[in-house]
Design a protein around this ligand. Structure first.
Ligand code: GLV
Length: 315
């Protein structure tokens, strides 16, 4: 029997299955264990199944002297000091692919909701403010069909957004670390920002992408354009974005991720009409979250048994 730590309950019966081969120390709270507590629980474990709310830093890795694998229930792994863990011989696994389509759907939802003022319209009705008959200039949004979409980061999710954009007859441009063999034009970041009607942040968070979209970059965007982010909040300088939305440098934004989550209640974003906010729902479908549970538990077991996990983080 392997000794493992699991930091969240998972959908489906994957933990039941895991329990047949592992002794599970399950943290049941939706709030992550405080650091000291996490250190206490991880120190004698062979494996850990964590989510993106657990920050696994050097100190935690150092106390976990028996740890063979960290399986994260996420596609992003910026919450783990991956390079340090790997240097200590720890295998890191993650759950890409199974959440690609769900996340791309959410991104498209944010594009449509922000351009066509869907959430704002819903608020108008609920607040009892729909008190005029139909008239030609009421609540006009912006067209999505046929516009230019600029995708920053052409990984699996970027490509899934591209496929959807083709269905909307959009011109697709992209910026990425590498060139990809895709039906889209490669532009440098500044050119992408200057030409896109919709700028989609679909990159991973690392030292290079932290605050990649800052004040200078936001100022390059068109006045009638929208910024959509469903990757990691820290890629966008949120203060600068609030300024851009308040002062009208851009038309609006659709945000599923934030610099601090949950978004503080007093965030200025909450009072802006031209931003659509969702609480980190990219992969939040019944089907996807169950598939993530399957992959995360299988990854963990395979690595513990010395077999090849389905998805391993490698550099
Ligand atoms: C969600 O943000 C993930 O990384 O899976």
């Amino acid at each position: 029997m392997f000794n493992i730590l699991v930091t969240k309950e998972l959908p489906g019966d994957w933990l039941g299955l895991l329990g047949k081969e592992c002794k599970i120390d399950l943290w049941k709270d939706v709030y992550p264990p405080p650091k000291q507590c996490l250190m206490q629980h991880i120190k004698d474990k062979d494996g850990a199944l964590v989510t993106l709310t657990e920050k696994i830093d050097k100190e935690i890795i150092d106390v976990a002297s028996k740890l063979k694998v960290i399986s994260t229930y996420s596609v992003g792994y910026d919450h783990i000091d991956v390079r340090y863990a790997i240097s200590k011989g720890i295998i890191i696994t993650y759950t890409p692919e199974v959440l690609t389509e769900a996340t791309a759907d959410l991104i498209f939802g944010l594009i449509l909701a922000s351009a066509r003022r869907i959430a704002e319209g819903d608020r108008v009705i609920r607040k009892g403010q729909w008190n005029t008959p139909w008239y030609p200039t009421f609540m006009l949004g912006r067209e999505v069909f046929g516009k230019t979409i600029g995708i920053i980061g052409m990984g699996r999710i970027g490509k899934a957004v591209l496929r959807r954009a083709k269905g909307f007859s959009m011109r697709v441009v992209y910026y990425s670390r590498e060139r990809h063999n895709v039906d889209a034009e490669y532009l440098n970041l500044d050119e992408l920002l200057k030409t896109s009607d919709f700028v989609i942040v679909s990159a991973e968070l690392n030292e290079l992408t932290y605050h990649m979209i800052n004040e200078d970059k936001l100022r390059l965007m068109k006045k009638d354009s929208f910024l959509i982010n469903a990757s990691r909040g820290k890629i966008v300088d949120e203060k600068a974005l609030i300024k851009a939305l308040t002062e009208g440098w851009i038309a609006g934004a659709g945000l599923d991720v934030f610099e601090n989550e949950p978004l503080p209640r007093d965030s200025k974003l909450v009072n802006l009409e031209n931003v659509v906010l969702t609480p980190h729902l990219g992969s939040a479908t019944v089907e996807t979250r169950e598939r993530m549970a399957e992959i995360a538990t299988k990854n963990l077991l395979l690595a513990l048994k010395g077999e090849k996990p389905i998805y391993e983080v490698r550099f």
